[in-house]
Design a protein. Structure first.
Length: 179
């Protein structure tokens, strides 16, 4: 029995990935859809979670990448250079520059030129930016808690561990060519 079939048998439910897998099996009966059953579900979960978690950001007039920059500044608790922000948020330098311009115009961050090297700038949250992050984050964590509430604590820990293993492997492959 596949993961999709066992998941359906356990809960009597059929998720969208199970339907996609059945369709692929109908046209390619010998195709191994095992990876799709896992990766497809991860992708679908991520899309649904992102959609729900972005709602408070939209209400605040922020995009996810803008909030990620603000969050990086808040969680590190110090000024960061645009290059450091790019690394923290897995963004390009050009994208960070564009977002910082918008966030500066909104009064959420401030830029300061380095006293020793005028080519370098340091970015910090303003009080308004800090308050915005501090207001949104608890709402997002409450949503995440509610989503996971049907999973027992050991199941949550197991899932976190498995996803952590997968993420570590994927991050170790950064920069390699996709086969």
């Amino acid at each position: 029995m596949t993961a999709a079939e066992s998941a359906g048998a356990r809960g009597g439910r059929d998720d969208t990935v199970a339907a996609v897998v059945r369709q692929w099996r109908a046209v390619h009966p010998g195709l191994d859809t095992g990876p799709m059953e896992i990766i497809g579900r991860i992708n679908r979960c991520a899309a649904l979670l992102q959609q729900a978690e972005d709602a408070p950001l939209r209400r605040a007039g922020l995009s996810r990448p803008e909030f990620d920059l603000l969050g990086a500044l808040r969680r590190t608790g110090r000024e960061l250079t645009p290059g450091e922000l790019a690394r923290e948020t897995f963004s390009s330098g050009a994208a960070v520059t564009k977002r910082l311009k918008q966030l500066t115009e909104r009064g959420l961050v401030e830029r300061r030129v380095d006293a020793r090297d005028r080519r370098v700038s340091h970015v910090r949250l303003t009080g308004t930016g800090r308050d915005l992050v501090d207001g949104i984050l608890p709402e997002q964590l409450a949503y995440e808690t509610a989503v996971l509430s049907d999973l027992e604590a050991p199941g949550q820990q197991e899932l976190a561990g498995l996803l952590g293993e997968l993420l570590t492997r994927l991050e170790g492959r950064l920069g390699t060519v996709r086969v």
